[in-house]
Structure formats: structure tokens, C-alpha cells
Write a protein that binds this ligand. Sequence first.
Ligand code: SF4
Ligand code: SF4
Length: 363
Amino acid sequence: MNYSDSFRDKELVQGLARRIAELTKGVEKPLVFMEVCGTHTMAIYQFGLRSLLPPQVKLISGPGCPVCVTPNSYLDRAIALCRLPDVIITSFGDMLRVPGSSSSLMEERAKGADIRVVYSPLDAVQLAAKNPTKRVVFLGVGFETTAPTIAGSILAAKAQGLTNYFVLASHKTMPQPMAILSADPDLQVDGYICPAHVSAIIGADAYRFLCEEYRVPCVVTGFEPTDVLQGVEMLVRQALAGESKVEIQYSRVVRWEGNAKAQAMLADVFTPFDAPWRGIGVLPGSGLRIADKYAEFDAELAIPVQVEELKEHKGCLCGEILKGKVSPFDCPLFGGKCTPESPVGACMVSSEGTCAAAFKYGR
Ligand code: SF4
Ligand code: SF4
């Protein structure tokens, strides 16, 4: 038996599901809990956790996958950059298949653009060092979990004196969209399954304002089936008692104060800005752009390009899915015109996307 098996123990899982059913017996209006982390979305589908819960508890997915929430306008700029003859685009793999307004990086690569998948932004820094006549651009997409490594790559490039390494930054930060969703009268979220890795960086304290301003319970939860169900049980208990506080279920990883070193690195290299989120719009202070003192590494400022006019994909419901208002099964394109092999929208691309998880694991 390995370490993770104990978190998947069938009896423990069934016991937790029974407890949740007992607690919610007689509850008339279903309690709606939202997860805002792609790995939670995947775990909930993969382990069929919805099917273990009583009808009084409904789990919905929110804007949890960094690839999914990156808007078309970002992809369009990356595509415009890759068409420059001296530019090498570097990225984590998922971004290549995300459709922009009229093309994707995958299509551009097939046409001859130099686009390379790397496993770390430091690989992109090395590539820049080896190719002094090229401009190497790394696509900086992700939440507070990936942003510190990208900050580290900018510091490494600076330390090496490189002038041909750039980051096209589209980092998002977490609690802000949860506040917007909490204020949405159509949604009525009764509690949040808070992200695990993000919380390891920002700390569980970051969610306190949600409990105070929106009276919504928050539980920072791990990814295994027993973690998720225990997190749901904690949310149920709070919701039924009329409480709204932050609790940490994932105490083996997450602390109240988070990771001070990573936070300091982010504060040095990046500045908060009003970031656009696919389907949600521009949210004040919800993203990180490169700070003025590192502006020479900012691809958006340092490499001017003509970006095509923005077009959204007809019929794709990604925006509504990311707000938790509809499920992938409500989209008429799901599984037909839109599949992981041929995605119409971003939610079908990343393995952590809600549509991709629903396609792979079903209801
Ligand atoms: S990086 Fe971690 S916390 Fe963020 S969405 Fe992915 S799994 Fe969730
Ligand atoms: S199934 Fe495809 S088209 Fe429909 S919302 Fe999801 S990504 Fe968009």
C-alpha cells in the first residue's frame, strides 16, 4: 500500500459520503459548492465524486484552470509574435492547442513558426543564451503556483545579462474572481473548495475577506477523494450552522501565511494589474504583469506587433462554464464538434479544463 492509497480507501470514502448524506437529510434547497482549481475538477470527475453525494449537495466548477481562463487576445498576441522571423516561442504544452481568434500556435508551428515546448522557463532562458541572434519569448500563463518559477527565469536572465529573453505574462491571481462570483445573484455559491497549490503560496488567510464580506464558507482542500469529501463535509457543517470561516482541510501542505519566499519573489518581479479573464471580463487587481524595473523582459512592451481583431468562437459556452453557470453537457458542441482532439474552446484543451475532464470521465 503506498501513501496515496490511504486517501482513496473505499470504506473511508463511503463513510464520508454517508456522513454528508446524514448531515443534509431534509435540506430543501441544495447546497452549491464551487471548486476553483483544475486539479479538483479533474479529481471530482475522475473519482466520480458527484455520484457519491446526495441530491442536497451540488458541486460546480469555476475558473480553475489557467489555460482555460487565458483570453483569445493573449493567444492572438502570441501568434503575432511567432510570425516574426527572429522569434522563438517557448511554452508549456497545453497552450499550443488553444484556439485563438483565427489560428492556434499548433497551426502556426505546422506552417513553420519556431515554437518549442519546454518543461521549465529556465529551459527557455538557456535557449536564449544559446541563440543570441534570436528573441526567445516564454508564454507566462498560470496562477500563483507557476508565477514564481517564471519570476525566477527573469531573475536568471538578468543575472546572465541576456537581452534576448522575454516573457509574455498573463498570470492570474486567485481570490479576486471568487469575490466576483460570490457577488453574482444568479450563482449563489454556498461555499468554496479553495485551491490547494495556490493556497500553499498565498496562504489560507487570503480567503478571509470572502467569508467576512460575502458570508461564504471556504475550505482549502487536497486532491484525493477523501480530501475532497472531507472538505465538502466541512463546508456542509459550516453552511448548515450559518457560519462562514476559512478552514484548512489540506493541512499537510497549506499554512495560514503561505510561502513568504515565493510571495517576496512575486512582489519583486511582478505588479498586480486589472487582468482579463475569459468569460468573466476584466477583474481589478486579478493578474500579475512584469514590474517596471524588469520592463526590458516584457514581450508586450519590448516586441511591438500588430495583433488581429478579436473574435470569439460561435456557440462555445466556455465563458458560462468558467462562471459555473452551465455544465459541459449543456454545450451543444460538446463531444461532437468539440473534442480534446479538435477543441473549439479552451475548456476542452487542458487536461484540467472542465470540458476535457467531463469528456474523459463522463458524468
Ligand atoms: S496549479 Fe494547482 S491549485 Fe492551480 S489550478 Fe492547477 S492544481 Fe489547482
Ligand atoms: S464543449 Fe467545447 S465549445 Fe462547448 S463550452 Fe466546452 S470548450 Fe467550449
